[in-house]
Design a protein around this ligand. Structure first.
Ligand SMILES: Nc1nc2c(ncn2[C@@H]2O[C@H](COP(=O)(O)OP(=O)(O)OP(=O)(O)O)[C@@H](O)[C@H]2O)c(=O)[nH]1
Length: 366
């Protein structure tokens, strides 16, 4: 073989070796980033921290244009957990809550393996929440725990070749297992936390949560000079309902009233059962006139709400509402004291609503 031929071959081999080394280094770097993210996922302390890592940091670290997540939420509990975590009506656009696992079962079949390939709008679009540009290739990862599909993680790329059906899926399967365990763990933690702050009968928050929330809302209202309205709501002649139709009928009325009030509030508002047949609502960033309208609407809806006892007898359910607005607060005043005064003012207004004939709204400046 001639020297020049040997030299050319040598050069070619060297280039090949360099390319392999570059690829090995890139893979090593990818593994390092993967390990780092894996550690952060495992260390996530709240559902929001975990979702941020997955839906935002993961895409940035690996240059993935679109990362979305679907979670099965059959009883609505995950939605409630997220509502209590997300403040001021914030939403997570890249998260879809599914009322059942059926769409995921249809997607993954019994194999429940990651699916890699071209984006197919009819079956994949619902998992990508209308991104600015539809992805060209996707990786769809089933998330299972104890044999049940609990969700699905989706990566979308503008590069049509990025997620190749022939590529190995070991790393993605490992990621899916870790994400499923982490999600289950943080959701369980939040469930326990929420249970301690929820009224078991009505499913709305309890007084303990209200006291904490009221402090937060007052601090925010003072810092940003926002209005804060407080409603004290009490079911009228509730004792008569219990006495005439029994305690279970009374419980059903409490649940229906709690549900009706909640359904009329915005995501950033707070409703809590204060005790017995009393509820408190906090309306941040709501001026007096608007708060009056909301209170009046809640009152009217409940008065019109169809309610029947087990015997089939119609029940007349009405509520009285006291409304108070957070007034000017002297600097340095204890938030707990301010909260107590605000609720006391709403309670005084409620007393007047009762004395004035019930099924009405009364106002009192705090
Ligand atoms: N069913 C049921 N009743 C409850 C619960 N908690 C408190 N109560 C009842 O709520 C009733 C409250 O009665 P009162 O405070 O006299 O008030 P009221 O009959 O609503 O009368 P006004 O408020 O003046 O219109 C009592 O009979 C309590 O036993 C509960 O969790 N379930």
């Amino acid at each position: 073989m001639q020297d020049s031929q040997l030299e050319a071959e040598n050069l070619h081999l060297r280039r090949q070796l360099e390319a392999l080394l570059r690829e090995a280094r890139a893979n090593e770097e990818k593994m390092r980033r993967f390990d780092e993210l894996e550690h952060r996922l495992i260390g996530a302390r709240s559902v929001l921290e975990l979702l941020r890592l997955l839906l935002s940091d993961y895409g940035h670290a690996f240059g993935i244009e679109s990362v979305t997540l679907a979670l099965v939420d059959a009883d609505g509990e995950t939605g409630r957990i997220l509502d209590s975590e997300l403040r001021d009506g914030a939403v997570l656009n890249d998260l879809v809550l599914l009322p059942s696992a059926a769409p995921l079962e249809a997607l993954y079949g019994t194999a429940r393996k990651p699916w890699l390939g071209r984006f197919e709008a009819p079956s994949h679009a619902r998992f990508f929440n209308a991104p600015p540009r539809p992805p060209r290739s996707v990786a769809l990862l089933p998330l299972s725990r104890h044999g049940e599909l609990i969700g699905s993680l989706h990566f979308g790329s503008c590069d049509a070749e990025r997620y190749d059906p022939a590529a190995g899926t070991n790393l993605l399967e490992r990621l899916a297992s870790i994400v499923a365990v982490c999600l289950e763990s943080v959701l369980n933690q939040e469930r326990v936390k929420l249970a301690g702050l929820t009224d078991l009968l009505t499913g709305v928050h309890n007084r303990r949560y209200l006291e904490h929330r009221c402090g937060v809302e007052i601090a925010q209202a003072r810092r940003y000079k926002h209005a804060l309205a407080c409603l004290f709501l009490d079911i009228d002649k509730f004792k008569q309902i219990n006495d005439a139709h029994g305690h279970p009928a009374g419980d059903a009325v409490l649940r229906a009233v709690g549900h009706s009030i909640q359904s009329q509030l915005r995501a950033g508002d707070t409703i809590a059962r204060y005790g017995g047949e009393e509820f408190v609502v906090l309306l941040p960033q709501t001026a007096a006139q608007h708060a009056r309208e909301i209170a009046e609407r809640i009152r009217a809806r409940i008065a019109a709400m169809p309610c029947t006892a087990d015997s089939g007898q119609p029940l007349e359910v009405t509520i009285s509402i006291g409304l108070a607005m957070l007034g000017a607060v002297p600097a340095g005043q204890e938030p707990a004291l301010v909260a107590a005064e605000l609720m006391a003012a709403a309670d005084r207004a409620l007393y007047r609503a009762k004395a004035g004939g019930r099924n009405r709204v009364e106002f009192e400046a705090a």
